[in-house]
Design a protein around this ligand. Structure first.
Ligand code: SF4
Length: 291
């Protein structure tokens, strides 16, 4: 398939890398900047929300050159429309590519647009700014919001998500907001923990994370129930050239899963599509436009 022939007035698919499960696209924007989008298993498209990212997570290629600008609504839509022509079975979109969706002003309108087309939309965020997180929790019609936590203690959080909110502030907001959400809406919240060797894989780090999640699960909901499970996505890491971060061994990954599960958490491991080299968390690249 000639992806270069797929273009709109604001974007064109410049290159495609085909894996076993995933198809990864370089999306060239009209000003010369580029972002990436990944089609998982033919039916779920991960789109980018910004050219670069200001959060500065040290393991992530997407923000390695800082932030240039957020994408506009037409650029967000173009990623879906161009790939949809190649993948008619597209059913879901996740705003989990390059950029922090809470920093991109047009993302709520994009979610509404995708919903009107019958596409389910989920998002992944580092959690800030917190007033914006409250809005996304309460009002934005998503089908799932995953908050990247990656730590159980504040020093680790500050190192791994430098411009994201600290853990105490993030979990305070979640504790305040969750009781007012319906049970169905609460079930759409998930937390992510990316396993990084020597960074956040110590047992006390995992235990501290488990305590925070358990306390949150026991926040009473609107229907008076004192326990609503929260899914924890325990992600494996794919190394990138821009970072010295390293994945844990398979043995350590499984041990972390067992440790969190033994503390009563509902844990999910990375799918095979997520583990594939062209689909891993933090591997998508942004190219800045030359000014
Ligand atoms: S992991 Fe997400 S929030 Fe962190 S730098 Fe990368 S794109 Fe930004």
């Amino acid at each position: 398939m000639d992806v270069a022939a797929r273009s709109s007035s604001v974007a064109r698919l410049e290159r495609e890398e085909v894996g076993v499960f995933n198809r990864r696209f370089v999306v060239r924007l009209a000003d010369g900047a580029a972002v990436e989008a990944v089609l998982y298993r033919g039916d779920t498209l991960c789109v980018s929300s910004q050219v670069g990212c200001a959060v500065g997570c040290p393991f992530c290629a997407s923000g390695a050159n800082g932030l240039q600008r957020p994408l506009g609504l037409d650029e967000l839509r173009a990623q879906v429309e161009l790939v949809h022509e190649l993948a008619p079975s597209l059913a879901r979109v996740t705003v989990s590519g390059v950029g922090e969706p809470l920093h991109a002003p047009d993302v709520p309108r994009f979610v509404a647009w995708a919903r009107e087309r019958g596409l389910g939309v989920s998002l992944t965020t580092s959690g800030g700014p917190l007033p914006r997180l409250r809005t996304f929790l309460r009002e934005v019609p998503h089908r799932g919001l995953t908050i990247s936590v990656h730590a159980g203690t504040e020093p680790t959080r500050a190192r791994l998500v430098p411009k994201g909110p600290p853990l105490h502030a993030l979990f305070d907001v979640l504790r305040e907001e969750l009781p007012s959400l319906t049970r169905a809406r609460r079930k759409k919240l998930a937390l992510a923990y990316l396993m990084l060797a020597g960074d956040n894989d110590a047992e006390d780090e995992l235990d501290a994370f488990a305590v925070r999640v358990s306390e949150l699960e026991h926040t009473t909901d609107t229907e008076g129930r004192a326990f609503v499970p929260i899914t924890v996505h325990l992600y494996a890491y794919n190394p990138v050239d821009t970072s010295s971060a390293r994945p844990v061994t398979r043995e350590a990954y499984e041990a972390a899963y067992a440790r969190l599960a033994a503390r009563g958490l509902r844990v999910r491991m990375s799918s095979r599509a997520r583990v594939e080299a062209n689909g891993g968390c933090g591997t998508l690249i942004a190219v800045r436009a030359s000014r």
